[in-house]
Design a protein around this ligand. Structure first.
Ligand code: SF4
Ligand code: SF4
Length: 387
């Protein structure tokens, strides 16, 4: 592990609220609220319950003392490996707002998932975030995860009362252009009608298998900025395997449409997110090449944290070393932090689970990872022969 990184400052527990697809309330999407005795959910708790909780009070106190709360492990590990954490990225982005912040402003940023309706079941995702996963998860694990209506009128009202000075909204999935679309549009119209929209930026995370219709673009024209983040975890067959059952041809078509809108609309900005997992870490440099070729910005890369067996660091040393050798041949400087993460993190206790799960889902989906990831598969074969 790298040296101990002292928590210097994270204002997010004061400035931000995160509502996950099944209603879980936490300071941010990286925060692990399952490390605490009590979790909060907008279906059963009010925002006031969460704000007055011992959990949140303790987290704030630890941060004021320069300590890492146990829920902030993800940022800590990233910073130890020189990967920019959410804490650091948000501090760069909201520096002025953070420096002029006082608690009477309430939440100035919020991430609100309007449910978990999704058209995909990405292999690194699960039934809490995607409704499309429900059947496969029930069939293979016997656990049903039904969707819930998280944002009923009453709790929407309670939530919005705590964010009268909002300047930024994150709308993640499910797939945002399929989840509670009417409620989302109603919210946007409210901000347009009360003249706040010109001060608000919105960040969407979309799988880009759905291209938003003109009504969306009309609404967005009233906002300060629309950051459309396209989640793309590979190219070609690898994309289709990881983001099953997405179609690569449809993605490419929609990416072109997004790129052409961005060119003519001043307030629209495209970004790309790439979730780095055991499947695609070997191919990371190829993905950077593709983004450059197609005119997309350098991707923002996040590491799979859960499921644990999908982490990029699950491989035994012999495989890891070969992945590192391969990444070292890349011309992209961004590989350095991923090499460091591979060197410093050992999740090899999950390697066998990865192999078992991979085979289980391949069988269910009628896929064969060996054909889709031949280079990685060769490394895995060599290791299996050696042991
Ligand atoms: S340190 Fe990271 S995980 Fe913790 S609240 Fe800040 S951004 Fe979220
Ligand atoms: S598109 Fe997003 S919500 Fe849907 S399955 Fe993939 S990662 Fe999960």
């Amino acid at each position: 592990m790298g040296g101990v990184v002292k928590m210097t400052r994270c204002l997010i527990p004061w400035t931000n609220i995160d509502i996950a697809p099944l209603g879980k309330i936490s300071p941010c999407c990286k925060f692990e609220s399952n490390s605490y005795n009590k979790e909060f959910n907008i279906v059963d708790n009010t925002v006031d319950d969460y704000l007055q909780s011992d959990m949140l009070k303790n987290v704030k106190e630890e941060m004021l003392n320069g300590e890492w709360p146990k829920g902030c492990e993800r940022c800590k590990i990233e910073e130890e490996n020189n990967i920019k954490s959410k804490r650091q990225l948000d501090y760069i982005r909201w520096k002025d707002e953070y420096e002029n912040y006082n608690e009477s402003k309430g939440f100035i940023t919020a991430s609100i998932a309007f449910g978990n309706t999704c058209n995909l079941k990405c292999i690194t995702c699960g039934p809490s975030a995607s409704s499309r996963w429900r059947k496969e998860h029930l069939d293979l694990y016997g656990i049903d995860v039904p969707p819930v209506e998280t944002l009923v009128d009453e709790n929407i009202k309670n939530l919005y009362e705590h964010m009268p000075n909002i300047i930024h909204l994150d709308i993640p999935g499910g797939e945002p252009f399929l989840s509670e679309v009417e409620k989302q549009k109603k919210l946007l119209k409210t901000y347009i009608d009360n003249n706040q929209s010109k001060n608000i930026s919105i960040h969407y995370t979309t799988n880009a298998q759905v291209f938003p219709n003109d009504e969306w673009w009309d609404l967005w024209s009233h906002f300060k900025e629309i950051d459309m983040q396209l989640s793309i975890d590979g190219t070609g067959d690898r994309y289709e395997y990881i983001r099953y059952p997405a179609k690569w041809s449809l993605l490419c078509e929609n990416v072109k449409k997004f790129v052409s809108r961005e060119k003519v609309l001043d307030n629209v900005r495209l970004s790309v997110s790439h979730t780095v997992s055991a499947y695609n870490i070997y191919y990371l440099s190829d993905f950077f090449d593709w983004c450059g070729q197609i005119g997309l910005p350098t991707p923002w890369c996040g590491r799979v944290h859960t499921p644990l067996h999908m982490r990029p660091s699950i491989f035994p040393n012999s495989i890891k070393r070969k992945i590192i050798d391969h990444l070292q041949t890349s011309k992209h400087k961004e590989m350095i932090s991923w090499i460091s993460l591979l060197k410093n993190s050992d999740d090899s206790q999950y390697y066998k689970v990865f192999c078992d799960m991979r085979d289980k889902h391949d069988l269910y989906r009628n896929l064969d990872y060996k054909k889709i990831f031949p280079e990685l598969s060769r490394l895995i074969n060599e290791q299996d022969k050696e042991h």
